[in-house]
Design a protein around this ligand. Structure first.
Ligand SMILES: Nc1nc2c(ncn2[C@@H]2O[C@H](COP(=O)(O)OP(=O)(O)OP(=O)(O)O)[C@@H](O)[C@H]2O)c(=O)[nH]1
Length: 281
């Protein structure tokens, strides 16, 4: 069996930085974690990729090609479709080793995950190639610190979970950038509690829009609370313990190490203390 994290999220949410940090953490722990760059528009990242889609196609090519003449967004989708048409290229580059553990650093174009089918087809390919795959959705925590933003981030996470149909982990990235006050505010939203979220939306003033759609907003809040579908794990990449706990959670999700004697720890037990280990070391 092989293992893969599909690292997805909006542009700038910290996907490449996360991949680089997890690979480095793995190296520190004597674990081989490889990263594949699937972003044909990537300009910079800190890891050495096992495979780089830019060797096959770059988004610039699709924009400069006189026949295609795409804009950046259409170009990105075209590149992923092109990768799928050349799946043998990816398979050869990947090689095949038992216990491979690979992070796929995906493009920051959210519609690839919320409703287009290309990434779903990539997932099917990976599963055919013997990968246990999970999706890891990163959301910049700075866009989640009030009720309205939290609700909208949660709905984005839900769309991705429903569309990709994979074991799934949501991460709040860049926790190191939050002030203590913002952290306290966020803490109230982390348990699926529609009252905290809706209360915060009301506190910030009910605009004409909010008044008109109040019962729709309440239904969204209730959906999240009733089904406990979406949970976020706060992540401070500068904190080793926080990184370790997260990796154990994801390993459990993709069943990595079930046959090996690895140290396991149940994340459920730690949930009341999600903020305890988040200070920078
Ligand atoms: N302080 C802090 N900055 C971060 C963190 N993660 C990412 N950043 C910064 O956020 C910016 C975007 O990070 P990337 O890792 O390139 O984000 P991405 O999701 O790969 O972006 P795209 O390639 O555009 O999709 C960079 O300037 C990073 O240095 C973090 O945990 N803490």
């Amino acid at each position: 069996m092989r293992f893969a994290q599909l690292v997805v999220g909006p542009a700038g949410s910290g996907k490449s930085t996360y991949c680089s940090a997890v690979a480095q953490y793995g190296a520190d722990m004597n674990r081989n974690i490889e990263v594949i760059n699937l972003d044909p528009a990537a300009e910079h990242f800190d890891y050495t990729p096992l495979v780089d889609i830019r060797e096959l196609i770059q988004v610039q090519d699709t924009m400069e090609d006189e026949e295609l003449h795409f804009g950046p967004n259409g170009g990105l989708v075209f590149c992923i479709e092109y990768l799928l048409e050349n799946a043998d290229w990816l398979r050869t580059r990947l090689g095949e080793h038992e216990d491979d553990y690979i992070l796929f650093d995906c493009p920051g174009q959210i519609e690839l995950y919320t409703h287009l089918t290309a990434i779903k087809r990539l997932i099917t390919l990976l599963q055919d190639w013997n990968f246990n795959v999970c999706s890891v959705f990163l959301m910049d925590v700075q866009f989640m610190t009030d009720g309205s933003k939290f609700l909208s981030g949660t709905m984005a996470a839900l769309s991705i979970m429903v569309n990709l149909e994979l074991p799934h982990v949501n991460i709040l990235s860049k926790m190191d950038l939050l002030s203590k006050t913002a952290r306290r505010r966020l803490e109230r939203f982390l348990e699926p509690d529609s009252h905290a979220i809706l209360g915060d939306i009301e506190l910030n003033g009910l605009s004409a829009f909010n008044l008109k759609y109040k019962s729709l907003t309440e239904s969204f809040g209730k959906l999240i609370e009733d089904y406990s579908l979406v949970r976020f794990i706060p992540l401070n990449l500068k904190n080793h313990e926080n990184m370790g706990d997260l990796l154990i959670t994801i390993d459990n999700v993709i069943q990595y190490g079930e046959d090996q004697d690895i140290k396991t720890k149940d994340f459920e037990e730690q949930e009341p203390d999600v903020f305890e280990n988040l200070t920078n070391e």
